[in-house]
Design a protein around this ligand. Structure first.
Ligand SMILES: Cc1cc2nc3c(=O)[nH]c(=O)nc-3n(C[C@H](O)[C@H](O)[C@H](O)COP(=O)(O)OP(=O)(O)OC[C@H]3O[C@@H](n4cnc5c(N)ncnc54)[C@H](O)[C@@H]3O)c2cc1C
Length: 412
């Protein structure tokens, strides 16, 4: 069976590897002229790392990623509300990795080229049309330089073309732009001193103003410094909506730094960290309503094309990788590709739609607001403000829904 993938991001490349492993012939078409290490930091939950480990990538990931040891919720004064052990520290079979998105994409791209062949990723090719209603899928790719169109036939077309998916727009022509919740996210990376465990992801503040920080590089042997990935979220409903959000859009310090000027924690000076960034990017917190179906004939959506969600609690890349694994397993499990696509959709659409909805309700971050309401000026002991079991309950409900339990089993 020949499968064509549109989009060589995290989801598309992971799908290519998983399908190849199951014996399918695969070609990837990517609109960019080349695969470059774009973006800033992301997190891969243990179940996604387990899937990539199964594809032979654990050593390559370990080389470029930082093992996350705990996820810390803190108030706007930097006081720790809850430290939730992560990855192997929490008994999972695989680590949770904090990693530069671009490094992850390069690890995947190198693996695709090494296993499927140098020509397996065709760059500068944008999916512009498809017809999937017949016995074969037909995808039209437009060369982004020459504008020449090529029609490619395959048994299945998998559209992994991100939040602005062309395939999704063709399938749902009335859907329009992603939905914004009034929050703007500024992202950057800065060199700084390691803090807490050296593998602590910290989310501080409340749902109107948050600062998230985690290391994405190992300490420099000469200086001891690490690359800190940070994200500053501000509720900015009066800002004009960015008409077309772009992961690489530059941001301006004056738009958000003043709000964080007094966030000087004993373990991190937030304004100095922000100022130390070489570049700052801004992005609106957007998602899309869950769809009733992802599949049309021999075409299916995957990753952000299928279920764009707010970047809360490390699910963007993780869920795309879970989709990739399931799609390959489902297609391998049926002789009729249509049945394989239906099987995959029935297993993956409900849980990802649930995460989209939970993230709209701020996921586990609601606990930040609840603590702030009870102790706006800070606390001496969190136990005096919030029973620890209640805090753990909020977090556990989200983790259950996001599939964390899947890698609690021993390694194969
Ligand atoms: C440049 C970039 C930077 C990002 N930075 C961050 C970040 O810092 N933090 C974060 O949380 N998330 C970031 N993301 C999003 C994150 O990668 C995804 O949420 C997640 O990994 C799911 O991956 P995906 O493959 O579904 O989508 P993506 O990783 O967005 O990949 C989609 C791919 O499809 C390609 N594409 C789009 N349209 C077409 C088309 N018509 N034909 C062919 N190819 C097409 C894109 O160029 C891209 O390579 C970024 C995405 C991109 C593209």
């Amino acid at each position: 069976m020949k499968i064509v993938i549109a989009g060589g991001g995290i989801g598309g490349l992971a799908t290519a590897l998983a399908l190849h492993e199951r014996g399918f012939e695969v070609e990837v078409y990517e609109q960019s002229q080349e695969i470059r290490a774009l973006g800033v930091g992301i997190n891969l939950l243990p179940h996604a790392v387990g899937i990539l480990a199964g594809l032979g990538l654990l050593d390559a990931l370990a080389e470029v990623a930082v093992e996350a040891k705990e996820y810390v919720y803190a108030n706007r004064h930097g006081q720790v509300i809850l430290a939730d052990a992560r990855g192997r520290e929490a008994g999972y079979a695989y680590p949770q990795y904090s990693i530069h998105r671009g490094e992850l994409q390069m690890v995947l791209a190198r693996a695709v080229r090494a296993t499927l062949g140098e020509g397996a990723i065709r760059c500068g090719q944008r999916l512009s049309a498809f017809d999937a209603d017949g016995p074969r899928a037909r995808a039209t790719f437009t060369d982004t330089r020459s504008r020449r169109e090529t029609m490619v036939e395959a048994d299945v077309l998998v559209a992994c073309d991100g939040i602005h998916s062309a395939a999704r727009a063709l399938m749902c022509p009335d859907e329009g732009m992603p939905v914004w919740n009034g929050v703007t996210i500024w992202r950057g990376t800065s060199l700084g001193r390691p803090y807490m465990t050296g593998g602590s992801i910290v989310k501080a503040g409340n749902t109107r103003q948050k600062f998230i920080v985690y290391p994405i590089s190992k300490p420099d042997p000469a200086t001891g410094e690490v690359l800190l990935n940070w994200i500053a979220d501000l509720h900015t409903p009066d800002r004009p909506y960015l008409t077309r959000e772009d992961w690489n859009r530059p941001g301006r310090l004056e738009d958000f730094l003043p709000a964080f000027e007094d966030w000087k924690f004993p373990w991190l000076d937030v304004p100095s960290t922000i100022r130390a960034a070489k570049a700052v990017f801004e992005f609106p917190m957007v998602d899309r309503d869950p769809l009733a179906h992802w599949t049309r004939g021999r075409m299916t959506l995957l990753g952000d094309a299928a279920h764009p969600m707010y970047p809360i609690a490390s699910n963007g890349a993780t869920q795309a990788i879970m989709d990739a694994r399931q799609l390959a397993d489902s297609l391998a499990g049926f002789t009729d590709p249509a049945q394989g696509l239906a099987d995959c959709e029935s297993r993956r659409l409900p849980p990802t739609a649930a995460i989209v909805k939970m993230n709209r309700a701020q996921g586990p971050d609601v606990l930040l607001d609840q603590v702030e309401e009870r102790a706006p000026g800070g606390f001496d002991r969190i136990e005096d403000v919030f029973p620890p079991a209640e805090l753990a309950g909020i977090l556990d409900r989200y983790k259950q829904a996001a599939g964390h339990q899947q890698s609690k089993t021993p390694r194969p």
